[in-house]
Design a protein around this ligand. Structure first.
Ligand SMILES: NC(=O)c1ccc[n+]([C@@H]2O[C@H](COP(=O)([O-])OP(=O)(O)OC[C@H]3O[C@@H](n4cnc5c(N)ncnc54)[C@H](O)[C@@H]3O)[C@@H](O)[C@H]2O)c1
Length: 351
Protein backbone atom coordinates (compact mmCIF):
# COMPACT_ATOMS: atom_id res chain seq x y z
CA UNK A 1 0.00 0.00 0.00
CA UNK A 2 1.40 3.46 -0.83
CA UNK A 3 2.28 5.87 1.88
CA UNK A 4 0.01 8.83 2.33
CA UNK A 5 1.03 12.50 2.51
CA UNK A 6 -1.09 15.54 3.22
CA UNK A 7 0.30 18.82 1.87
CA UNK A 8 -1.42 21.94 3.15
CA UNK A 9 -0.83 24.94 0.93
CA UNK A 10 -0.21 22.54 -1.98
CA UNK A 11 -1.63 25.02 -4.51
CA UNK A 12 1.04 27.50 -3.48
CA UNK A 13 4.62 27.98 -4.52
CA UNK A 14 6.63 25.68 -2.22
CA UNK A 15 3.76 23.31 -1.37
CA UNK A 16 3.16 22.43 -5.03
CA UNK A 17 6.81 21.42 -5.42
CA UNK A 18 6.61 19.36 -2.23
CA UNK A 19 3.46 17.65 -3.55
CA UNK A 20 5.19 16.88 -6.87
CA UNK A 21 8.16 15.33 -5.11
CA UNK A 22 6.09 13.09 -2.83
CA UNK A 23 4.05 11.93 -5.85
CA UNK A 24 7.25 11.19 -7.74
CA UNK A 25 8.36 9.11 -4.77
CA UNK A 26 5.27 6.92 -4.76
CA UNK A 27 3.16 8.67 -2.14
CA UNK A 28 -0.56 9.17 -2.43
CA UNK A 29 -0.94 12.94 -1.99
CA UNK A 30 -3.87 14.88 -0.59
CA UNK A 31 -3.81 18.69 -0.77
CA UNK A 32 -5.73 21.19 1.34
CA UNK A 33 -5.64 24.80 0.14
CA UNK A 34 -8.21 27.58 0.24
CA UNK A 35 -6.70 29.19 -2.89
CA UNK A 36 -6.39 32.52 -1.03
CA UNK A 37 -2.91 32.87 -2.49
CA UNK A 38 -2.47 29.61 -4.39
CA UNK A 39 -3.35 28.76 -7.94
CA UNK A 40 -5.28 25.79 -9.30
CA UNK A 41 -2.72 25.50 -12.08
CA UNK A 42 -0.11 24.55 -9.48
CA UNK A 43 -2.04 21.49 -8.38
CA UNK A 44 -0.57 18.20 -9.60
CA UNK A 45 -3.15 16.18 -11.52
CA UNK A 46 -2.46 13.04 -9.50
CA UNK A 47 -3.23 14.63 -6.12
CA UNK A 48 -6.62 14.74 -4.40
CA UNK A 49 -7.58 18.33 -3.74
CA UNK A 50 -9.80 19.77 -1.01
CA UNK A 51 -10.49 23.48 -1.39
CA UNK A 52 -10.90 24.54 2.24
CA UNK A 53 -9.50 26.51 5.14
CA UNK A 54 -6.87 24.58 7.15
CA UNK A 55 -8.41 26.05 10.25
CA UNK A 56 -11.81 24.48 9.59
CA UNK A 57 -13.43 21.45 11.29
CA UNK A 58 -13.55 19.83 7.82
CA UNK A 59 -9.75 20.06 7.53
CA UNK A 60 -9.41 18.58 11.03
CA UNK A 61 -11.71 15.71 10.01
CA UNK A 62 -9.55 14.96 6.94
CA UNK A 63 -6.48 14.77 9.17
CA UNK A 64 -8.22 12.70 11.82
CA UNK A 65 -9.52 10.13 9.35
CA UNK A 66 -6.75 10.32 6.76
CA UNK A 67 -4.17 7.84 8.18
CA UNK A 68 -1.39 10.08 6.89
CA UNK A 69 2.21 8.97 7.20
CA UNK A 70 3.30 12.56 6.80
CA UNK A 71 1.74 16.01 6.92
CA UNK A 72 3.70 18.86 5.33
CA UNK A 73 2.04 21.94 6.73
CA UNK A 74 2.84 24.84 4.41
CA UNK A 75 -0.47 26.72 4.26
CA UNK A 76 0.06 30.14 5.79
CA UNK A 77 -0.48 33.84 5.58
CA UNK A 78 3.05 34.82 4.59
CA UNK A 79 2.94 38.53 3.94
CA UNK A 80 4.96 40.13 6.76
CA UNK A 81 3.42 43.56 6.15
CA UNK A 82 -0.08 42.10 6.32
CA UNK A 83 0.84 40.47 9.64
CA UNK A 84 1.80 43.92 10.94
CA UNK A 85 -1.44 45.45 9.67
CA UNK A 86 -3.65 42.64 11.01
CA UNK A 87 -1.90 40.47 13.60
CA UNK A 88 -5.15 38.78 14.63
CA UNK A 89 -5.79 37.52 11.10
CA UNK A 90 -2.17 36.39 10.90
CA UNK A 91 -2.46 34.47 14.18
CA UNK A 92 -5.75 32.86 13.12
CA UNK A 93 -4.17 31.44 9.97
CA UNK A 94 -0.63 30.85 11.18
CA UNK A 95 -1.16 29.79 14.80
CA UNK A 96 -4.74 28.60 15.34
CA UNK A 97 -5.02 26.69 12.07
CA UNK A 98 -1.74 24.90 12.85
CA UNK A 99 -3.15 23.94 16.25
CA UNK A 100 -6.29 22.70 14.51
CA UNK A 101 -4.18 20.21 12.54
CA UNK A 102 -1.93 19.25 15.47
CA UNK A 103 -4.92 18.53 17.69
CA UNK A 104 -6.45 16.44 14.90
CA UNK A 105 -3.25 14.37 14.60
CA UNK A 106 -3.31 13.87 18.37
CA UNK A 107 -6.92 12.68 18.30
CA UNK A 108 -6.20 10.34 15.38
CA UNK A 109 -3.58 8.49 17.40
CA UNK A 110 -1.69 7.88 14.12
CA UNK A 111 2.11 7.93 13.94
CA UNK A 112 2.03 10.87 11.53
CA UNK A 113 5.18 12.86 10.93
CA UNK A 114 4.20 16.53 11.09
CA UNK A 115 6.59 18.76 9.14
CA UNK A 116 6.06 22.46 9.72
CA UNK A 117 7.20 25.21 7.33
CA UNK A 118 8.95 27.66 9.62
CA UNK A 119 11.33 30.46 8.83
CA UNK A 120 14.96 31.23 9.58
CA UNK A 121 14.81 34.82 8.33
CA UNK A 122 11.84 36.00 10.38
CA UNK A 123 12.39 34.30 13.74
CA UNK A 124 16.08 35.05 14.32
CA UNK A 125 15.90 38.82 13.79
CA UNK A 126 18.73 41.32 13.60
CA UNK A 127 21.60 40.82 16.01
CA UNK A 128 21.87 37.03 15.63
CA UNK A 129 25.34 35.70 14.79
CA UNK A 130 25.73 35.13 11.05
CA UNK A 131 25.30 32.65 9.53
CA UNK A 132 22.70 31.90 12.22
CA UNK A 133 22.59 28.36 13.63
CA UNK A 134 19.30 26.96 14.97
CA UNK A 135 20.06 27.60 18.64
CA UNK A 136 20.52 31.39 18.55
CA UNK A 137 18.31 33.55 20.75
CA UNK A 138 15.11 34.15 18.79
CA UNK A 139 14.06 37.73 18.30
CA UNK A 140 11.20 37.89 15.79
CA UNK A 141 10.35 41.42 14.71
CA UNK A 142 6.91 40.86 13.19
CA UNK A 143 3.65 39.12 14.09
CA UNK A 144 4.45 36.68 11.24
CA UNK A 145 7.77 35.69 12.89
CA UNK A 146 6.13 35.54 16.32
CA UNK A 147 3.41 33.23 14.95
CA UNK A 148 5.96 30.86 13.38
CA UNK A 149 7.96 30.77 16.62
CA UNK A 150 4.78 30.14 18.65
CA UNK A 151 3.91 27.15 16.50
CA UNK A 152 7.41 25.77 17.05
CA UNK A 153 6.76 25.90 20.81
CA UNK A 154 3.52 23.98 20.26
CA UNK A 155 5.43 21.42 18.18
CA UNK A 156 7.79 20.80 21.11
CA UNK A 157 4.79 20.52 23.45
CA UNK A 158 3.03 17.96 21.22
CA UNK A 159 6.29 16.03 20.86
CA UNK A 160 7.04 15.96 24.58
CA UNK A 161 3.61 15.54 26.06
CA UNK A 162 1.86 13.57 23.32
CA UNK A 163 4.87 11.78 21.76
CA UNK A 164 4.08 13.24 18.35
CA UNK A 165 6.60 13.22 15.52
CA UNK A 166 7.05 16.91 14.84
CA UNK A 167 9.76 18.58 12.74
CA UNK A 168 10.32 22.27 11.94
CA UNK A 169 12.07 23.21 8.72
CA UNK A 170 13.27 26.80 8.93
CA UNK A 171 13.54 28.07 5.39
CA UNK A 172 15.76 30.95 4.39
CA UNK A 173 14.43 32.94 1.39
CA UNK A 174 12.99 30.43 -1.03
CA UNK A 175 12.78 31.24 -4.74
CA UNK A 176 12.04 29.38 -7.97
CA UNK A 177 9.37 28.62 -10.56
CA UNK A 178 5.73 29.28 -9.53
CA UNK A 179 6.77 31.84 -6.93
CA UNK A 180 4.27 34.54 -6.01
CA UNK A 181 5.02 38.15 -5.22
CA UNK A 182 4.42 38.16 -1.46
CA UNK A 183 6.75 35.60 0.11
CA UNK A 184 9.94 36.26 1.96
CA UNK A 185 11.84 35.98 -1.32
CA UNK A 186 9.09 37.58 -3.39
CA UNK A 187 11.68 40.05 -4.68
CA UNK A 188 12.90 37.45 -7.21
CA UNK A 189 9.41 37.16 -8.70
CA UNK A 190 8.85 40.92 -8.58
CA UNK A 191 12.16 41.71 -10.31
CA UNK A 192 11.65 39.00 -12.93
CA UNK A 193 8.20 40.31 -13.82
CA UNK A 194 9.38 43.91 -14.00
CA UNK A 195 12.29 43.01 -16.27
CA UNK A 196 9.92 41.15 -18.59
CA UNK A 197 7.59 44.17 -18.64
CA UNK A 198 10.57 46.42 -19.51
CA UNK A 199 10.18 48.35 -16.22
CA UNK A 200 13.06 49.59 -14.03
CA UNK A 201 13.89 47.64 -10.87
CA UNK A 202 13.33 49.57 -7.66
CA UNK A 203 15.65 48.86 -4.74
CA UNK A 204 14.73 50.30 -1.33
CA UNK A 205 17.80 51.78 0.36
CA UNK A 206 21.35 51.30 -0.90
CA UNK A 207 20.78 47.66 -1.80
CA UNK A 208 23.38 46.26 0.60
CA UNK A 209 20.75 44.39 2.61
CA UNK A 210 21.40 40.66 2.28
CA UNK A 211 19.38 37.46 2.26
CA UNK A 212 20.12 33.76 1.90
CA UNK A 213 18.34 32.54 -1.26
CA UNK A 214 17.58 28.82 -1.43
CA UNK A 215 16.10 27.09 -4.46
CA UNK A 216 12.62 25.60 -4.08
CA UNK A 217 13.65 22.12 -5.31
CA UNK A 218 16.22 21.94 -2.53
CA UNK A 219 13.61 22.90 0.05
CA UNK A 220 11.15 20.31 -1.29
CA UNK A 221 13.80 17.57 -1.01
CA UNK A 222 14.35 18.36 2.67
CA UNK A 223 10.70 17.47 3.37
CA UNK A 224 11.22 14.00 1.94
CA UNK A 225 14.45 13.53 3.91
CA UNK A 226 12.71 14.67 7.09
CA UNK A 227 10.40 11.64 6.84
CA UNK A 228 13.33 9.23 7.02
CA UNK A 229 15.29 10.16 10.14
CA UNK A 230 14.96 8.99 13.73
CA UNK A 231 13.88 12.07 15.60
CA UNK A 232 15.88 13.22 18.62
CA UNK A 233 14.07 13.97 21.88
CA UNK A 234 12.39 17.36 21.70
CA UNK A 235 14.37 18.83 24.59
CA UNK A 236 13.69 22.35 23.29
CA UNK A 237 12.29 23.92 20.11
CA UNK A 238 15.64 23.66 18.33
CA UNK A 239 16.12 19.92 18.82
CA UNK A 240 13.95 19.00 15.82
CA UNK A 241 14.44 22.21 13.82
CA UNK A 242 16.59 22.47 10.71
CA UNK A 243 17.73 25.54 8.84
CA UNK A 244 17.48 25.25 5.05
CA UNK A 245 19.63 27.79 3.28
CA UNK A 246 22.92 28.12 1.47
CA UNK A 247 24.98 30.15 3.99
CA UNK A 248 25.67 32.49 1.05
CA UNK A 249 24.67 36.13 1.55
CA UNK A 250 23.40 37.83 -1.57
CA UNK A 251 22.66 41.53 -1.48
CA UNK A 252 19.79 43.08 -3.41
CA UNK A 253 22.13 44.93 -5.79
CA UNK A 254 23.77 41.64 -6.80
CA UNK A 255 20.40 39.91 -7.10
CA UNK A 256 19.11 42.68 -9.39
CA UNK A 257 22.27 42.64 -11.52
CA UNK A 258 22.16 38.83 -11.88
CA UNK A 259 18.52 38.87 -12.99
CA UNK A 260 19.07 41.78 -15.39
CA UNK A 261 22.02 39.86 -16.87
CA UNK A 262 19.66 36.95 -17.68
CA UNK A 263 17.39 39.25 -19.70
CA UNK A 264 17.48 39.84 -23.44
CA UNK A 265 16.71 43.56 -22.91
CA UNK A 266 18.27 45.07 -19.78
CA UNK A 267 16.29 47.52 -17.61
CA UNK A 268 17.71 50.24 -15.33
CA UNK A 269 18.15 49.66 -11.59
CA UNK A 270 16.86 52.54 -9.42
CA UNK A 271 16.95 53.26 -5.68
CA UNK A 272 14.18 54.56 -3.36
CA UNK A 273 14.40 55.53 0.33
CA UNK A 274 14.92 52.57 2.70
CA UNK A 275 11.87 50.87 4.20
CA UNK A 276 11.49 51.26 7.95
CA UNK A 277 12.14 48.16 10.03
CA UNK A 278 13.70 46.10 7.25
CA UNK A 279 16.22 43.55 8.55
CA UNK A 280 19.67 44.37 7.23
CA UNK A 281 21.32 40.97 7.00
CA UNK A 282 20.05 37.42 7.11
CA UNK A 283 21.87 34.18 6.37
CA UNK A 284 21.51 30.76 7.98
CA UNK A 285 23.89 27.97 8.92
CA UNK A 286 22.53 24.74 7.40
CA UNK A 287 25.23 22.38 8.72
CA UNK A 288 22.77 20.65 11.07
CA UNK A 289 20.53 19.72 8.11
CA UNK A 290 23.56 18.20 6.43
CA UNK A 291 24.59 16.29 9.54
CA UNK A 292 21.16 14.96 10.54
CA UNK A 293 19.03 14.95 7.38
CA UNK A 294 21.83 14.31 4.89
CA UNK A 295 20.61 17.44 3.06
CA UNK A 296 22.57 20.01 1.11
CA UNK A 297 21.54 22.83 -1.22
CA UNK A 298 22.37 21.60 -4.73
CA UNK A 299 21.42 24.63 -6.80
CA UNK A 300 23.77 27.63 -6.72
CA UNK A 301 22.03 31.01 -6.57
CA UNK A 302 23.24 32.11 -10.01
CA UNK A 303 21.87 28.93 -11.68
CA UNK A 304 18.65 29.01 -9.70
CA UNK A 305 18.01 32.65 -10.58
CA UNK A 306 18.62 31.94 -14.27
CA UNK A 307 16.17 29.01 -14.14
CA UNK A 308 13.59 31.09 -12.33
CA UNK A 309 13.88 34.01 -14.74
CA UNK A 310 13.59 31.56 -17.65
CA UNK A 311 10.37 30.17 -16.19
CA UNK A 312 8.85 33.63 -15.77
CA UNK A 313 9.87 34.53 -19.28
CA UNK A 314 8.26 31.39 -20.76
CA UNK A 315 5.11 32.20 -18.82
CA UNK A 316 5.11 35.75 -20.17
CA UNK A 317 5.24 34.26 -23.65
CA UNK A 318 2.10 32.26 -22.89
CA UNK A 319 3.57 28.89 -21.94
CA UNK A 320 1.45 26.91 -19.47
CA UNK A 321 2.23 27.61 -15.84
CA UNK A 322 3.89 24.25 -15.32
CA UNK A 323 6.15 24.38 -18.37
CA UNK A 324 9.73 24.03 -17.20
CA UNK A 325 8.62 24.34 -13.59
CA UNK A 326 10.22 21.12 -12.52
CA UNK A 327 12.28 22.23 -9.58
CA UNK A 328 14.06 18.98 -9.00
CA UNK A 329 17.29 20.08 -7.44
CA UNK A 330 19.17 17.67 -9.67
CA UNK A 331 17.52 19.28 -12.67
CA UNK A 332 16.17 15.92 -13.73
CA UNK A 333 12.66 15.99 -12.32
CA UNK A 334 9.72 14.67 -14.25
CA UNK A 335 6.97 16.46 -12.43
CA UNK A 336 6.14 18.99 -15.11
CA UNK A 337 5.13 16.24 -17.47
CA UNK A 338 2.66 14.95 -14.91
CA UNK A 339 0.31 17.80 -15.58
CA UNK A 340 -1.33 18.85 -18.74
CA UNK A 341 -2.10 22.53 -18.75
CA UNK A 342 -5.82 22.02 -19.21
CA UNK A 343 -5.79 19.21 -16.72
CA UNK A 344 -3.37 20.95 -14.43
CA UNK A 345 -5.79 20.36 -11.61
CA UNK A 346 -6.05 17.76 -9.02
CA UNK A 347 -9.08 15.62 -8.63
CA UNK A 348 -11.42 17.68 -6.46
CA UNK A 349 -12.83 15.89 -3.50
CA UNK A 350 -15.91 16.87 -1.59
CA UNK A 351 -15.04 18.28 1.83
N1 LIG B 1 8.66 31.75 0.37
C1 LIG B 1 9.59 31.86 1.30
O1 LIG B 1 10.67 32.39 1.08
C2 LIG B 1 9.35 31.30 2.68
C3 LIG B 1 10.34 31.46 3.67
C4 LIG B 1 10.13 30.94 4.93
C5 LIG B 1 8.96 30.23 5.22
N2 LIG B 1 8.02 30.10 4.26
C6 LIG B 1 6.79 29.35 4.59
O2 LIG B 1 6.58 28.36 3.59
C7 LIG B 1 5.19 28.12 3.43
C8 LIG B 1 4.79 28.19 1.96
O3 LIG B 1 5.08 29.49 1.48
P1 LIG B 1 4.96 29.87 -0.08
O4 LIG B 1 6.03 30.85 -0.35
O5 LIG B 1 4.84 28.64 -0.88
O6 LIG B 1 3.58 30.67 -0.07
P2 LIG B 1 2.26 30.51 -0.97
O7 LIG B 1 1.36 31.65 -0.59
O8 LIG B 1 2.62 30.34 -2.37
O9 LIG B 1 1.65 29.18 -0.40
C9 LIG B 1 0.82 29.14 0.74
C10 LIG B 1 -0.48 28.48 0.34
O10 LIG B 1 -1.32 28.41 1.50
C11 LIG B 1 -2.64 28.67 1.09
N3 LIG B 1 -3.38 29.15 2.26
C12 LIG B 1 -3.23 30.33 2.90
N4 LIG B 1 -4.09 30.40 3.94
C13 LIG B 1 -4.79 29.22 3.93
C14 LIG B 1 -5.81 28.70 4.75
N5 LIG B 1 -6.30 29.39 5.79
N6 LIG B 1 -6.30 27.49 4.45
C15 LIG B 1 -5.82 26.78 3.40
N7 LIG B 1 -4.85 27.23 2.60
C16 LIG B 1 -4.33 28.44 2.87
C17 LIG B 1 -2.53 29.70 -0.01
O11 LIG B 1 -3.66 29.72 -0.87
C18 LIG B 1 -1.27 29.24 -0.73
O12 LIG B 1 -1.57 28.36 -1.79
C19 LIG B 1 4.49 29.15 4.33
O13 LIG B 1 4.18 28.49 5.56
C20 LIG B 1 5.55 30.20 4.56
O14 LIG B 1 5.35 30.88 5.78
C21 LIG B 1 8.17 30.61 3.00
Amino acid sequence: MSKRALVTGGAGFIGSHVADLFLDNGYEVVIIDDLSNGDRENLPARATFHEMDVGSPQAAAIVEQGRFDVICHLAAQLDVRKSVADPMFDARVNVLASLNLLEAVKRSGAKTRFIFASTGGAIYGDGAPLPSPENVVKNPQSPYGIAKLSVEHYLAYFANVHQMQTVALRFANVYGPRQGLHGEAGVVAIFSKRILAGQPLMIFGDGTQTRDYVFVGDVARAHLLATTIDLPKATDIDARAFNLGTAVETDVNELARTLVASAASPVPIEHAPPRAGEQHRSVVDWSKARRVLGWEPRVAVRDGLARTYQWFSERAEGAPRDAGASASASGAGASASDRSSAAGRAESAAP
